[in-house]
Ligand binder design. Structure first.
Ligand code: UFG
Length: 335
């Protein structure tokens, strides 16, 4: 692998988490030298399937700088963050601390160590309730929850830094609803208290939860439930590798939506979960969850055009099937 055309060494913050671990594995398989930096607050050591793990917190500037100086990465991928919309409404300061302040620490450490390329895990939550769907990257940023606001702030840090310092370039990837698991079931989502719809539905099918609640049936959508653009985690991992190549080719800083360009309602997802598992489970319709936009669908032409991203799993059934294989494996491993 030539260093001039492709970064060989990648530091991954949050590489022991759900999305980070899939990307670490994809990097390892593609021949990159990868190092994970993670405090294991939600991630797991056994999810790091390529390279070593540094047990560290983003608040620990000295360790961050030492790790960067010793590993000397060509690029950093920054996943480590708090990610739950509902929790961000009840505990906003946690989100500003973990997602904004800690990102600032990381950027300062990158400058000290002289690391010039960053790929940032941003989110569709920066758009809030978009005025137009699909929502494109140049739409106004109007987050309606602290989670989206905390990520928007980091995007602003990045935009200002790249203006001030031509040696620093970044790609910000705005994820829509990431779901599914490694198709070979080596990895998947494994949180102590999962809140995401697909994981909740499958764990309810397994009997781990007594029922699945539908948060709101009075949204201005076809069936009254929220619509989301679900993207398979393996396709998202590929987008990160494409972004690395983009930066390595000397291209300018850029922002890309990561989604498929079409959405499914909460009720669509539940119907597919029942079809894929072959199991019926109790569903309870209840009130809205605070902070939820009605509908989020990605305008996704830019990432295909500029990064050459070619998704392989644009199929809700495939997303549910890989997640289901993983959930069954988890359940079999836990007493
Ligand atoms: N939902 C339920 N019942 C549940 C869980 C979720 O009805 O038990 C509903 C939610 O109210 C929402 C939809 O299912 O309408 C999807 O909710 P998730 O919690 O699975 O995901 P979010 O849309 O809240 O958030 C996710 C990521 C964010 C990201 C966002 C972008 O967690 O990081 O997608 O679309 F910003």
């Amino acid at each position: 692998m030539s260093k001039t055309t492709q970064p060989a060494r990648v530091l991954v913050t949050g590489g022991a988490g759900y999305i980070g671990s899939h990307v670490v594995l994809a990097l390892g398989e593609a021949g990159y030298d990868v190092l994970t930096y993670d405090n294991l607050s939600t991630g797991s050591r056994k999810a790091v399937l390529a390279g070593d793990l540094v047990l560290g917190d983003l608040a620990d500037r000295e360790l961050l700088i030492r790790t960067l100086e010793e590993f000397n990465p060509d690029a950093v991928m920054h996943f480590a963050a708090s990610i739950e919309v509902g929790e961000s409404v009840s505990n906003p300061l946690k989100y500003y601390r973990n997602n904004s302040v800690n990102a600032l620490n990381l950027l300062e450490a990158l400058r000290t160590a002289g690391t010039g390329q960053l790929i940032f895990s941003s989110t569709a939550a920066v758009y809030g309730n978009p005025e137009q769907l699909p929502v494109f990257e140049n739409a106004p940023l109007q987050p309606i929850n602290p989670y989206g606001a905390s990520k928007m702030m980091t995007e602003r840090f990045l935009a200002d830094l790249t203006q001030a310092d031509a040696a620093f370039r970044y790609v910000s990837l705005r994820y829509f609803n990431v779901a599914g698991a490694d198709p070979a079931s080596r990895l998947g989502q494994d949180y102590a208290n999962p809140t995401h719809l697909i994981t909740r539905a499958l764990k309810t099918a397994l009997g781990i939860f007594p029922k699945l609640q539908v948060f709101g049936t009075d949204y201005p959508t076809l069936d009254g439930t929220c619509v989301r653009d679900y993207i398979h985690v393996a396709d998202l991992a590929q987008a990160h590798l494409d972004a690395l190549r983009y930066l390595a080719a000397g291209r300018p800083s850029a922002i890309f939506n990561c989604g498929y360009g079409h959405g499914f309602s909460v009720k669509d997802v539940i119907a597919m979960a029942k079809a894929v598992t072959g199991l019926d489970f109790t569903v309870e319709e209840t009130g809205r969850r605070e902070g939820d936009p009605a509908e989020l669908i990605a305008g996704c032409e830019k990432i295909r055009r500029e990064l050459g991203w070619q998704p392989c799993y644009d199929d809700l059934e495939m997303i549910l099937r890989t997640a289901w294989d993983w959930e069954k494996k988890l359940a079999a491993a836990k007493p």
